[in-house]
Write a protein that binds this ligand. Structure first.
Ligand code: WQD
Length: 337
């Protein structure tokens, strides 16, 4: 199939692109490189030993989208492009709504105009907000607690309405839990453009010597060891879920939201210990105050992914930590080296 990846140079996008190419799909990456590096695409080309199209541009640019759709004639879109920093979204909500929500509307209009009926959307477990019950299943109330999470929810609802208005349309909304890890080659991985907000890239930068120590946000949660618990999912498993969603959507119409996680939680301290084992490095840390907006526990019900997509996570915490360390130790400064 011909697949357009918006934001395809990013962390999840580049890993998904690699799998698509290895499965023989044709791909075009549209990326404005605001939070990604073109170098990642060069690495993917080498790893896949296959070529693909790249266009620099924004999903907010209707003319650019028109050009891309007319030239490439995608049969499916995997929509990764979007701003994703929770803290920044509190400071700049209008910027997040303009880029994420308006940009997605422009993209959906281009899809309809060019008769591209299949969408796989990069959504997030953040749409659930505080847990009314656990594990989070897809019927859990949707009550995001920050503008970033609300952009994901609004886009989900817009896609749902788009699919309902077009009988041939097909949409799969993948609600990611916590993506971590890297391709086993160590050639592509997560490369935050500033000090990492997320736990695993932060730990990796402490282990490689770029940051002095980890601050653990909260040590008195109602969890096994008092630190926050999350459902970490290996980026390779997550990439495989996108391919499963593309093939599922190819033979369906309508709109389905599906959790992508492992179905169980890991605490910050458990992950830190696993990373120390994987890297052979100590990770200095200290427990500080809880971070505003954090939930104590988050992990997914993954029944729907298994029954609808025939997908389940295969990699464990050690795989996540070994592959992250392999990437970070080979690329201490990410793609900028
Ligand atoms: C994980 C755990 C922190 C950093 C966020 C977004 C979510 C999604 C994934 C995009 C928590 C603790 C973290 C640190 C720490 N992003 N932590 N010290 O908050 O579960 O989810 O990223 O879709 O939308 O909300 O991930 O990695 O920030 O935190 O102690 O320096 O690590 O308190 O318990 P989170 P995270």
């Amino acid at each position: 199939m011909r697949v357009l990846l918006t934001g395809g140079a990013g962390y999840i996008g580049s890993h998904t692109l690699l799998k698509l190419l290895r499965q023989g799909h044709e791909a075009l990456v549209l990326d404005n490189f605001s939070n990604s590096s073109p170098r990642a695409l060069g690495r993917v080309k080498q790893l896949a030993q296959a070529d693909f199209e790249v266009r620099e541009g924004s999903i907010c640019d209707a003319e650019r989208l028109d050009q891309v759709f007319a030239e490439f004639r995608p049969e499916a879109v995997i929509h990764f492009a979007g701003l994703k920093a929770v803290g920044e979204s509190n400071e700049k909500p209008l910027h997040y709504y303009a880029q994420n929500v308006s940009g997605s509307i422009t993209l959906l209009a281009a899809m309809q105009k060019h008769d591209c009926r299949q969408m796989v959307f990069s959504s997030s477990a953040t749409v659930y907000g505080d847990a009314a019950y656990l594990p989070y299943d897809e019927a859990h109330p949707l009550q995001p607690t920050n503008p970033y999470g609300r952009t994901k929810l609004f886009i989900e609802e817009i896609i749902r309405d788009w699919a309902a208005s077009w009988p041939d349309a097909s949409a799969v909304l993948l609600r990611y839990f916590n993506p971590v890890g890297a391709d086993p080659s160590g050639q592509i991985g997560e490369d935050p453009q500033a000090i990492p907000n997320n736990l695993v890239p932060y730990i990796a930068q402490v282990a490689v010597g770029r940051l002095p120590f980890l601050s653990i946000f909260g040590g008195d949660y109602d969890t096994r060891d008092g630190t926050g618990e999350r459902d970490y999912i290996h980026v390779e498993d997550l990439a495989a879920a996108h391919l499963a969603a593309v093939s599922f959507g190819h033979s369906q119409t309508g709109c389905e939201a599906i959790n992508i996680g492992t179905g169980h939680g890991t605490t910050v301290l458990e992950l830190l210990r696993a990373f120390e084992r994987a890297s052979g490095r100590k990770v200095p840390h200290k427990i500080v105050a809880e971070r505003a907006g954090d939930v104590a526990r988050s992990f997914a019900s993954v029944t729907k992914a298994r029954t609808l997509l025939g997908w389940q996570a295969e990699r464990n915490l050690d795989d996540m930590c070994h592959s992250t360390w392999n990437w970070q130790s080979r690329n201490p400064d990410g793609y900028d080296a």
